[in-house]
Design a protein around this ligand. Structure first.
Ligand code: ADE
Length: 229
């Protein structure tokens, strides 16, 4: 399995950025995933290579032109699934990340300014995805976050690290239990005794209880109503 990402952006220098380091960076070098960038400025119009214009109907900011965006999208060979990063998008969830990790190719369109002309998104069947309920100054950081989440699921990228099923938002949909390592006592704070007991059933029960309590306190929306407590 290898996902080939193509990122359409006005700031290609932002890539691979943090994904060039650590496990993702090593996996990129080893060809476990691939990353190409397309500078949308190359498809800009006129002497100034204009990519944007004022919104019809008035309002603040500028909108990326549909002809420029479509030309950039059409330049990608075998684009695969097309995704526009936008705060208007469907939320990026771990379930969606798992779907994306099974795709052979993904093209990510990074909006800037106020957004992208809707006709380009419709005409080129771009799904819109958001990484959270806040507004970034552009889609690039969202694209990096999406790629990070996907790449770590590609077999061979994470080495011996935990299996995805044990993480937050795994099949049970709970936040993870808290983690502890040495020293056993630090600044007068002791590690919960059960973790030192060697009793695997008791440890599993304690972790399940902690995961449920933390999820109830922080993210009751992740639980079915009867488990919200
Ligand atoms: N672009 C700006 N804000 C964003 C967000 N929250 N998610 C995805 N793309 C964005």
């Amino acid at each position: 399995m290898c996902v080939r990402f193509t990122v359409l952006t006005l700031f290609p220098e932002l890539f691979p950025g943090p994904l060039g380091a650590s496990l993702a960076g090593r996996a990129l070098e080893r060809g476990l995933w691939a990353l190409h960038t397309v500078n949308m400025r190359d498809f800009g119009l006129g002497a100034h290579r204009a990519v944007d214009d004022a919104p019809f109907g008035g309002g603040a900011g500028m909108v990326l032109r549909p002809d420029v965006v479509a030309a950039a999208l059409d330049s990608v060979p075998g684009p695969g699934r097309r995704i526009c990063l936008s705060p208007r998008g469907a939320p990026l969830t771990q379930a969606l990340v798992q779907d994306l990790a099974a795709e052979p190719a993904i093209t990510l369109l990074c909006g800037r300014y106020e957004g992208v002309d809707q006709r380009a998104l419709d005409a080129r069947a771009c799904e819109e995805i958001s990484i959270g309920d806040y507004v970034l100054s552009g889609g690039e950081i969202a694209a990096l976050a999406l790629m990070d989440a996907v790449v770590r699921l590609i077999p061979g990228v994470m080495g011996n690290a935990q299996t995805p099923a044990e993480e937050s938002f795994g099949p049970e949909g709970l936040l993870e239990y808290p983690h502890y390592t040495r020293p056993g006592v630090w600044e007068g704070r002791a590690v919960p005794g059960v973790l030192l007991s060697g009793n695997h059933a008791a440890i599993a029960a304690w972790r399940a209880e902690q995961a449920l309590a933390t999820t109830r306190a922080r993210r009751p929306d992740l639980l079915p109503p009867q488990r919200r407590g």
